[in-house]
Design a protein. Sequence first.
Length: 53
Amino acid sequence: MRGNRIYIQEDLEDVKEQNLVLYLEELFERFYEIQEKFNQDCKYDKEEDILWT
């Protein structure tokens, strides 16, 4: 297993620091939610004989 990296494409230099904190919190919250769903999907896939269409 490798570490996770999130690459930010936008230049953050002029983003207000207070707002940046909020944006980063939301970014990580969404990332971990999506990661958890991915893990659940993979676990389900291993347990069930299905193909998604």
